[in-house]
Structures are given as C-alpha cells and as structure tokens.
Design a protein around this ligand. Sequence first.
Ligand code: R5P
Length: 316
Amino acid sequence: MISQNDIAVIIGSASQELGQKICQNLGIDPCKSEVIVFSEGNTFVRVLESVRGRDCYVVQAVSYPVDRNFMELLFWIDALKLASANQVTAVIPFFSYAKGDKKDEPRVSIRARVCMDALEIAGADRILTMDLHSPQIQGFFRKPVDHLNARGVLASYFQNVDLKDWVVASADVGYGKNAFKFGQELGVPVVIGNKIRKDHSENAQVWNIVGEVAGKNVLIVDDIIFTGGSLISMAQAAREQGAKDIYAAVTHGVLTPGAQAKLDKSLIKEIIVTDTVEYRFETPGPKIKTASVAPLFAEAIRHIHTYESVSELFPN
Ligand code: R5P
C-alpha cells in the first residue's frame, strides 16, 4: 500500500495527462506544484508542499519542446533535492535524445550522454523510462535505470484478433530484436525490411523485405513515429509483395507536422500508439488509437517503492 506521506508524484508540463493517470492508478493525489515560463523563455518551478523525507517521482517526457522540457526536469530534480526529498526518480516516458547515443560522424555531440550527466549532477537517484531508442544509453547514467517496454500493452490490443495469417514486421534490422520478441508474444512469424536513410533529411525508404508477406496481414512494430516515413515505406513495400491488411503498433507517437496527413493517406489501416507523448502538432486522425501505459508506470513506481522486482511487470 502506497501512502501519500511516503511518496510524492510531481507532474511536469510535458506529461500532465499521463501523470494524472499514474496518480489515479496509485490512488494518490499529485504533489502540488507550479511552473512559470517567463516571457523571455526562462522556466521557474516550485514544489508547493513539503517533500522532506519523501521519495519523489517527477513525471516528465523529454518531448516537444524538447530542450525546455528537459530543463524543466532538471529544475524539478534540483528543487526536490534542495527541499530534502529522500530520493528523486526521473520518470521519463519518452526521451527524445536517446537517438544521440554515439559519435558516428566527425565533430558531433553524444547528446544522450550529456543529458544523463546533467540528470546525475542535478541529483536524480534513479531513472524510470520506456522503450529508449538506444537501450544501451542506460550505461551513461551511473545509477539505476528501470527500462520498461510497451510490448505487452500494445500486444494486448490484438488479444481478441485471430492472428493465424499475420506476420509482425520491422522496417529495419535495428528494431529486429524487438520485433522478434513481439512475434513471440503474439505467436506469429516475423519479417524484416531493409530501411535506408541517406542523410539527416528524415526520408526513410524500405527497398525489400526478408520473409514472406504475400497473403498475410502485417503488423509493423517500431519504437517511434516522427514523420511516419518508416511505417509508410514499409507498408508500401509489404503491399508490393502481396500483403493484405496492414497495421502498426508503436510506443512513442511523436507525429511531427505533416505526419498525420501522410498516415491518413497511407496503406496502414490502424496505428496503435501509447500515451508516452502528449504534445500534438496536429489532431490525430481516426486511424490513431491510444493504449495507456499509465497502469504499467504506476505499478513500476509501486514496485520501486516497495523494493520488488520491476522486470516481472512486463515481458522482457
Ligand atoms: C529509427 O531508427 C526509429 O526506430 C524509427 O523507425 C524512426 O525514427 C521513425 O521515424 P520516421 O517516422 O520519421 O520514419
């Protein structure tokens, strides 16, 4: 049983709805707090109740506007530490900078490491996050990271579907391992595309698919939708090779400007995303369905607080 006296959940600007749902699932009220963004763009945060001796959880996605939301997260952590919180966990449902995980071109920053360093210096004792684009960046943070995955939540959307003629698909080898786990979860075979990006223009193209899609319904799985290009190109390649109905299940539905219109016109019938990202550049169309990860985050917080296993909460 979680008591309001022991823990405090601070809901950051980027995760207002998810934070509220997490609190409802935990059966507690959110910690009272305020954020002011001054006219020059300077962010001010204040915790409006005592957190002395309490374990604090700051729920804040590092999503658009990415840098402002990241700075706000750092300020929350600092404010809580200075207010004598016992422990501070950064609950980051979506972490945009997970893509900056290596120096793969000359003179670039390893942005994920810089962010992890900043979180540590601000005073974060732990990170609770979900489906990082590069899971290995957990190693940039020298304290515990609990890394959840949304596979169970997304797969449960298909629990009443007869999956006899289905395949799970990944647009590229990078997500192949996750696709195989997804396939195992649903009990269907997996196919992989050979997605290529020539530069930073965000144009993705799938030229070919390894595996049989002719006559099959295809469920494309991925970690993020930005422009929608990866899903759309994979769907086109699948249809050219004889696929029937095409669906997608993706953890983080970022959907940058223009993505919605392209997905509306695409061959994909339905796209399941989770509620890790709240900011909407455009109103989601009827093809987008949302499954909530709030119960999973709430359970993870409960398990962290009671020193129980977190990995037992979801398929690994
Ligand atoms: C790529 O490596 C990621 O897993 C996603 O496939 C990609 O970032 C999605 O971007 P977009 O929607 O712009 O194709």
